[in-house]
Design a binder for this molecule. Structure first.
Ligand code: UD1
Length: 353
């Protein structure tokens, strides 16, 4: 397989994944509505890839389109067919991803995430494309213990965003069962991706004030926000703050390449993989690493716990390590250094460029 479609390819995870696929010589089609991303990412990707090999930049083909419109998806599959570079696999990342927003606008989340996926699957079937890597999330797990989470942990999301992810996994299971000989489906359950490409040219560009910890750290470090509010210092953890499994965005992107290459050479199946490092880091540890690596101040104070937060969410990634030709290579220091480089080079995200 040589030609892939990346839905949501202008987003944070999509852009890094598309870049690595291009570097490997694959033809990458991107479909993105840009409702939550910037089309300028495409130029950035071309710029980075051209430094490596001018020819490779020609393998990036962007279509602005919305998965909620089946015609938009058909257009890109039709184009790929006419150009004799038919899409053979899809990395499906498009969708809304904010927990808070999903609680305010559940219909918007169900519409975009679920209807978008249903349309995509219909078009894939029409064009006989049965290879799919889906961006799922650790948010679907229910976990209250201090235990590494493996893929068999109970699934019990607690917000509409998580519900859409779980529901899509269920849908994919049904699709797989209906044509077991054809479908190859991988659900990648992401833990907490942070950082940026080491060039500092692509990174996370949230709309407005972010909710997640790392983009907030970047905004405090660059004095856009006065201080970071840490949600609770009385958790039952080593320093009283919550523990997460932060993974460098390039390690996470690389997991998609490994998943795709695994799909290419295995039999039809549906399989879930946790994509994390297996190492837990507390909020304070992340802040201190960021401060030390980048030699910068990061004012913070403690506030009450955030509703729905959990104290410890860390992956048991052994299935991914043993099955995929993949392992996370980058350290917490790399995540902090590369994320800060992106922020310094692009203080206002992609808008300035
Ligand atoms: C959150 C979502 C999760 C989603 C993920 C996407 C919740 C409850 N969970 O996960 O469903 O998949 O984002 O990346 O919203 N923190 C602070 N102060 C802040 C922000 C965060 O102390 O201003 C702490 C949180 O308590 C948490 C850690 O930082 O312990 C990481 O938070 P965040 O980046 O929002 O990720 P998750 O909570 O893991």
């Amino acid at each position: 397989m040589q030609n892939l479609l990346v839905t949501g390819g202008c987003g944070y995870i999509g852009s890094h994944t598309a870049l690595l696929l291009l570097e490997k010589g694959y033809t990458v089609y991107i479909i993105d509505s840009n409702c939550n991303s910037n089309p300028f990412v495409i130029n950035k990707l071309k710029k980075i890839i051209m430094k490596k090999d001018k020819q490779l930049a020609k393998n990036l083909i962007f279509f602005k389109g919305d998965l909620r419109k089946k015609k938009d998806i058909e257009r890109i599959f039709e184009y790929s067919k006419h150009n004799n570079k038919i899409i053979e696999a899809v990395v499906h990342l498009a969708g809304f991803k904010s927990v808070n927003e999903s609680m305010k606008y559940p219909l918007m989340y169900w519409d975009s995430n679920l209807i978008g996926t249903i349309n995509l699957l219909k078009v894939m079937q029409k064009y006989l494309c049965y290879n799919l890597i889906f961006s799922s999330s650790a948010t679907i797990y229910s976990c209250l213990e201090n235990k590494l989470i493996d893929e068999n942990f109970p699934i019990k999301p607690i917000n509409p965003y998580g519900n859409t992810k779980r529901c899509i996994e269920t849908l994919l299971e049904d699709i797989y069962k209906s044509e077991k000989a054809k479908w190859k489906i991988i659900n990648l359950r992401y833990f907490n991706p942070i950082g940026a490409h080491h060039s500092g040219d692509i990174g996370e560009d949230p709309n407005g004030i972010p909710n997640n910890l790392f983009p907030l750290i970047l905004q405090v470090a660059s004095s856009k926000l006065r201080e970071l509010k840490i949600f609770g210092n009385n958790w039952d953890t080593r320093d009283g703050t919550c523990i997460r499994d932060y993974i460098h965005i390039l390690d996470l992107a690389n997991a998609h390449i490994a998943a795709f290459e695994y799909l290419s050479k295995t039999k039809s199946q549906i399989i879930n993989f946790n994509i994390g490092t297996g190492k837990g880091t507390s909020v304070l540890e992340l802040i201190n690493t960021f401060k030390n690596v980048n030699k910068i101040k990061l004012p913070y104070s403690f506030t009450s716990r955030r509703e729905g937060d959990q104290k410890y969410i860390v992956a048991d990634n052994s299935r991914a390590l043993s099955t995929l030709n993949w392992k996370p290579l980058k350290s917490l220091e790399d995540m902090c250094r590369d994320g800060w480089k992106w922020q310094l080079k692009n203080p206002n995200g992609y808008i300035d460029n």
